[in-house]
Design a protein. Sequence first.
Length: 351
Amino acid sequence: MRWLRYFPGHLLLTALISLCGLLCGVRAEAQPEQLPPGAVACIGNDCYRSVEDSLKVVKDGQTIWIVPGSYRDGGILGAHGVTISAEGVHLFGKAWEGKAAIVIVGNDAVIEGLRCSHIVVPDGNGACIRAEGRNVTLRRVHFHDAECGILTHWRAGRVVIEDSLFERLGGFNDDGGQSHPIYVGAVEEFILRRTRVLSAVGEAHEVKSRAKRTTIEDSVIASMSESDSRLIDIPNGGQIEIRGNVLQEGMLSVNRDIIAVGLERGRGDGLDHELNHVVIENNLILIDRPGRYTFFNAGRDIFEPVMLGNTFVGGKQELTGVGNQWFKDRARAGLEAFPFLPTAPPSLPPK
């Protein structure tokens, strides 16, 4: 390989890293070769003094790498197919267009590693991410202490959230509406996996989806000690699968429903879905709320869910379906007392 001698050292290293990325299926970090003073965000070797400036000039298919740090910054993303690499980055306290820290107008956006907090706007729907284009993916994000985590438009196509944390989000606004940690509009598909959604405030639902297909799996959705509403609210029905999650109804939850499906059907707003089925399988349901509760509240045209292999701890014993089991309290299930929260459904012995 005599041709290697003609490569300057840094170019050879860059070529080898790129080749490894192609052969090994690993995307190289989109960091510049040299970081100039005052740089906040870079696209390749072109760096900018703010996230806002980088969002203005990024082109389709490019990656923005944000320098780790805390910034009162953000902006509007109009290009398509853009990845925002934001490990170690915290955006806080500023919203664009009265909407969000980052407003996504383009399609096929991916955001990785971002932390975001304290987004508040006049209409009460201040979000870390406002997705107005089609298709958005969030990975390893941490959104907290704002009005919304992510709020999507009806055109958002496919929404995927993975390996993330949402906490202390939500609340009433001045117009009597509500904000939620995760609020997905009437898109084609919504997938939530390996994510914790904790402690929604101000009577917010932890997860609200109007998608045609909603999949919630391997996640932890919990009220903890906050005055939230439902853990999962899917008001227009659709094809719904809720599998392998920990669902905890807290002592101060203001709504006795844990999961509600189809309660807004029939309003004539064109959002109702024709295909409707619900599968609730292999979940651990912790009911710490005293008094009456409703595990599944169904609206019009919604059939009873298929219930398989779920474990209920607390509340009353009323089980249907195959392999479901009930324990009177945490002690009988071999679980620690509140506020202990398992990270996954344990393998509990049959009662």
